[in-house]
Design a binder for this molecule. Structure first.
Ligand code: NIG
Ligand code: FE
Length: 419
């Protein structure tokens, strides 16, 4: 399939030479082309530029060919699809009943302590069949696709037994075949301590190290390893042991850190060269210092802090200190039951005081880096996958974070195909 999009009001995040991420002050600049065209063939971006120069480009003759789909984007913008680098999209059933307790005043940790939260989802997932899980996850993937997401990382972590963790990861593998989205899988056996291991947390850590990780790696079911390193969950020492085992089996870390406290998670992540450390509500000078100069992408999940009514990470301070920042949805039934990256953009503006340019960098190129797909996604560059969306007519790209709550995406193209 060949597609030529013409008269694009503004083509966003264009790169002549593809970068891997954007940090600090550079996050406030965004390369774009006004009055643009883009040509797509065989699932890839083949060329783009200004309409004024189109007639002289090597693609000029394509406009009259019968096998080329022409799209007129007058008044509309074209973005590279969002890269949502942190989700828990495979789960069985929702948890709105628990949420009512939260409305009444119970905290996330209190709900978790009495067997709710992640353990509640684990019970339900253990009882669900692979088919049921696939059906529910596919619905969520289709939903986020039409909201502009073109790549998504999905974690296990609602299994919490060897059998159910493997089941979850096999489901994610099937989703990679069934969905056109680019998907990365992360093993998160250390999401919570199962009830039967309550007084024997160390034994559960041993199970992860000695049984789960080798089996996950043996079946090649995961790209990354994650640990919920936080107060009331796993300690930095336990995290360290699990990350070492994961790395030994070829799984790069990508961890949950500092959501509930200054847990030491950020430092452990950096020490083991995590691709990303995520959440980061509790980030101070020491944590920023640890991240500066590392290859680890600080990834913020404003949907979780918004939904739980908790602390927000100091995004402004982090960017001003020179760090890169990515933003992801954390789509999950407990702390962020939405995968709407357009709303995440708005939270970036409203809660983090990030500029539109910083926000767009955080959900495209930096999101791509945080899930290891920066070579193929995250920007409009020749040779990258044609995962793009066309907006409804909008006045400026700042309208994207500004008009919170409404869907600004009109048409979605994934792997060069109109969806
Ligand atoms: O990223 N913080 C840990 N895990 C998830 C929540 C999972 C759940 O509550 O089901 C998160 O917020
Ligand atoms: Fe999460």
């Amino acid at each position: 399939m060949k597609i030529l999009i013409r008269n694009i009001k503004e083509l966003i995040q264009t790169e002549k030479i593809a970068r891997i991420k954007v940090a600090g002050r550079d996050m406030a600049s965004l390369p774009t082309i006004e009055n643009a065209w883009v040509f797509i063939e065989d699932g890839l971006i083949k060329g783009f530029g200004n309409m004024n120069a189109f007639a002289h480009s090597e693609f000029a003759s394509q406009a009259s060919k019968s096998d080329v789909t022409l799209i007129d984007a007058t008044g509309k913008m074209v973005f590279p699809s969002f890269c949502d680098s942190h989700t828990h999209i495979v789960y069985a059933g929702s948890r709105e009943i628990e949420y009512i307790d939260k409305i009444k005043g119970l905290s996330y940790e209190e709900i978790a302590k009495r067997g709710g939260g992640i353990l509640n989802s684990a019970k339900r997932l253990q009882q669900a069949s692979e088919e049921e899980l696939i059906e529910q996850a596919m619905e969520r993937l289709e939903e986020i696709k039409y909201l502009g997401t073109g790549a998504v990382e999905i974690k296990s972590g609602y299994g919490l037994t060897t059998e159910s963790e493997l089941k979850m990861l096999r489901v994610i593998r099937k989703l990679k075949d069934l969905s056109p989205l680019t998907i990365k899988a992360t093993f998160l056996g250390a999401h919570a301590v199962p009830a039967e291991y309550k007084q024997r947390q160390g034994e559960y850590v041993d199970l992860i190290i000695n049984e789960m990780i080798p089996m996950v790696a043996g079946e090649d079911l995961a790209d990354y390893i994650d640990v919920f390193c936080d107060r009331g969950f796993f300690t930095p020492q336990e995290t360290e042991r699990m990350l070492m085992a994961g790395i030994k089996h070829g799984l790069q870390p990508k961890i949950h850190a500092n959501e509930l406290d200054f847990s030491g998670g950020i430092q452990v992540g950096v020490k083991y060269n995590a691709l990303s450390v995520d959440h980061l509500e509790f980030t101070g000078d020491d944590e920023i210092k640890a991240l500066l100069g590392s290859d680890t992408m600080p990834t913020l999940l404003p949907g979780a802090a918004f939904f739980l009514g908790m602390e927000y990470p100091p995004a402004r301070k982090m960017i001003d200190a020179g760090l890169p920042v990515a933003m992801a949805s954390d789509y999950n039934p407990g702390s962020s039951p939405s995968g709407n990256m357009q709303f995440i953009m708005s939270l970036g503006a409203i809660k983090f005081k990030m500029l539109p340019e910083e926000i767009i960098n955080a959900v495209t190129i930096n999101g791509a880096y945080a899930m290891g797909v920066e070579d193929t996604l995250g920007s409009v560059a020749v040779g990258k996958k044609a995962n793009l969306f066309i907006t409804k007519p909008i006045s400026t790209y700042a309208f994207m974070p500004y008009a919170y709550g409404s869907n600004k995406v009109e048409k979605v193209i994934i792997n060069g195909k109109i969806q």
